[in-house]
Design a protein around this ligand. Structure first.
Ligand code: MIC
Ligand code: SF4
Length: 646
């Protein structure tokens, strides 16, 4: 039987397990990437695991998240990252070189390879035909040390693209349509593969916009075939040698097929506060817009910035609206500055922002109170912009420019004619200058710099036989890692767990951290109760490490997202599900809970009986774990489990 693109790449990398849908396989990882906000912890853990060198083909450490440098913390982290990378054989992309996913696509991505990144938007690499997966920093540390990455052998959903996009409708509208169809929940364990005649008209950066925001579906990753378009892109990047064609066999099978006729698509927007809350731009037409931000790892490629510059040329941004533009990489920025496009953007009245994540992670350009902010990025979770009362909408660069020029939501087709739609050809040669990517020295005696903000990862005890504690928080559905562990102004504490832990659930339940710490000191276990899709969004393992540090032992939810579940296990927190979802209603904040014989039950079949002492009821919960996961949970996390083996 023929294979699809996903099966071809994954099967050629399996080192443990069998290619059977729904079972666990271990795959070899060829490349890794980290960014600074998750990277410090990933490298501290790499050190703690005792590795002396990376064993991957390519590992790159990027600095793009924490570049505000208000205080010494960020700069100290940057130096730690630079020195640790040099010593262990990792390339280091200096701050100012661009956003990790954009730079990795341009300079390192290769079809047919596997990439593991400590950032949930690592699937951007799927645009170039690689299996690129986001994971917690500890999983990336293990992969850097040559260990396999464990994943569920996926269901493959094919998105068949037919027809051709109309002018002013672009790749972002395709992924927003996919989000409307598949939604942000219920897709755990699947991979999306794009195919059909429609893919031929999409350049690699457009494909990467689609795979990037596929992260919001909650799938393991998304991938495009590797074809002539891929080859042209790689040749233009001076990397034609790594091209290999990868297409699905004629008789390849899929678990589900969705067909999208591109010619029927229209400009779309993800409305507050979820990337899956989709409306057409025409439905929003006329809504006043305070702020327009163009950039991020989703939509800041050469094609996107050129499109924006062309549409802005000779025009002015509306007087009551502010426009910010950030290129995705130094390559893009240097090309648009040399060809004059940057001048068109500047002359329109835009603010030129740093080559970094910036506004996307809420560490700059927070909008005003009650603002409408229109962005080309990929997440509009509540509060992520830095202003809780703001409404954030996610759109294409085409729709963003139309809003910037008119000051209100405007379907770009109502502002510009079809003939005005700029045809942006990708250059036959991109400007190549890798001088901000430092090669490692591999000098094992070189000193690693550690500023005062950098602390060793905290340790955990092994799993107790009896969990006796209280519900320290009960939350609803779709709680994101941004809710659990806010970024924005708190980001600078990413390498200082005791300090960062002060902000766990700070918006949901102010005082959570003190309450949990007090419980921990009194030997009372902390328990989190949640609804569906707990832990959506970012890969930040801090959403597990900080709760672990505060003494959280158990999360009971209706469902938990893939990366977050893996992070909980890596840090020894039991991820459990209600056997009957209605039981969610039989537990409240502050209830006293007890579970006996935890270790035995976990070793046996994961069926646990939770005794709600406050309500006097018994509730069945399941923590179904693979053999490897059991070992980690019982040991109190992956670091303990690894040490136990040594
Ligand atoms: C994000 O977009 O939320 C981030 C910031 O890039 C995160 C990683 C992090 O929290 O550091 C992600 O998506 O994984
Ligand atoms: Fe950076 Fe935003 Fe992309 Fe995350 S989603 S990597 S914060 S640009």
């Amino acid at each position: 039987m023929g294979k699809n693109v996903v099966q071809k790449i994954i099967d050629s990398h399996i080192v443990e397990g069998k290619p059977q849908c729904g079972t666990e396989v271990g795959i070899k990882i060829d490349q890794t990437l980290t960014q600074d906000a998750t990277g410090t912890m990933a490298y501290l853990q790499f050190e703690a695991l005792g590795f002396d060198k990376v064993k991957t083909e390519i590992s790159v450490s990027y600095v793009d998240h924490n570049t505000i440098q208000e205080g010494f913390e960020n700069a100290d982290d940057h130096k730690y990252l630079r020195t640790v990378a040099s010593r262990f054989g990792i390339r280091f992309s200096k701050p100012g070189n661009g956003i990790c996913h954009q730079v990795h696509l341009e300079r390192f991505g290769c079809p047919g390879k596997t990439l593991l990144g400590s950032d949930s938007h690592t699937p951007t690499g799927g645009g170039i035909g690689m299996i690129s997966i986001g994971a917690g920093g500890l999983d990336v540390a293990v992969a850097m040390g040559g260990g396999p990455f464990y994943m569920t052998y996926p269901r493959v959903v094919k998105v068949e693209l037919t027809g051709k996009l109309s002018p002013w409708v672009s790749a972002k509208d395709i992924i927003l349509k996919v989000l409307q169809i598949l939604s942000t929940k219920g897709n755990v364990g699947s991979i999306v593969e794009y195919g059909g005649e429609g893919v031929v008209a999409l350049s690699v950066p457009q494909r990467a916009t689609i795979t990037n925001m596929g992260a919001e579906l909650g799938v393991t990753t998304s991938v495009f075939p590797s074809d002539e378009i891929t080859r042209e892109f790689l040749e233009a990047q001076g990397r034609g040698a790594c091209f290999v064609p990868i297409t699905a066999d004629e008789d390849a099978q899929y678990d589900r097929v969705i067909t999208i006729d591109l010619s029927t698509l229209e400009p779309l927007a993800a409305c507050p506060h979820s990337p899956g809350n989709i409306k057409t731009v025409r439905e929003l037409s006329g809504t006043e817009v305070d702020q327009v931000l163009i950039g991020s790892c989703t939509n800041a490629s050469y094609r996107d910035i050129m499109l924006v510059a062309n549409a802005l040329k000779g025009k002015r941004v509306a007087s009551g609206t502010e426009l910010g533009v950030a290129c995705g990489s130094r390559q893009v920025m240097s090309m648009v500055s040399r060809n004059g496009a940057l001048a068109d953007i500047i002359e329109s009245g835009a603010r030129i922002l740093e080559l970094a994540c910036g506004f996307c992670i809420g560490n700059s350009m927070a909008p005003r109170t009650n603002a409408v902010s229109v962005r080309t990025s990929n997440r509009n979770f509540f509060g992520r912009s830095g202003t809780s009362s703001a409404d954030v909408y996610l759109v294409s660069p085409e729709t963003a420019v139309a809003a910037a020029l008119t000051g209100k939501f405007t379907d770009p087709r109502d502002l510009f004619s079809s003939e005005d739609y700029p045809k942006i050809e990708l250059p036959s040669k991109f400007t190549i200058d890798d001088s901000m990517i430092l090669e490692p020295s591999n000098d094992t005696s070189a000193e690693i710099y550690r500023g005062p903000n950098i602390g060793a990862p905290p340790s955990n005890d092994s799993c107790p036989d009896e969990i006796k504690g209280e519900v320290t928080i009960k939350v609803g559905d779709k709680i994101t890692t941004d809710h659990i562990m806010p970024a924005g102004s708190r980001l600078k504490y990413r390498s200082n767990i005791p300090k960062y832990a002060e902000f766990v659930f700070e918006r949901e339940a102010p005082g959570f951290s003190e309450r949990a710490l007090k419980n921990r000191e009194n030997g009372i276990h902390n328990i989190i109760i949640a609804g569906e899709s707990y832990g959506q969004g970012s890969s930040r393992e801090h959403a597990a490490i900080c709760p672990m540090y505060l003494g959280v032992k158990l999360v009971v939810a209706k469902s938990i997202e893939r990366i977050h579940r893996a992070n909980l296990i890596n840090f020894g927190i039991i991820p459990a599900f209600f056997a009957n979802e209605e039981d969610y209603e039989r537990i409240d904040d502050g209830d006293k809970l007890e579970i006996c014989n935890v270790r035995n039950a976990l070793e046996r079949d994961g069926e646990l009986v939770l005794n709600n002492r406050t309500k006097g009821v018994e509730i069945k919960i399941n923590a179904i774990l693979t053999g490897r996961e059991k070992e980690m949970i019982l040991a109190g996390g992956l670091i303990n489990a690894t040490r136990n083996k040594k």
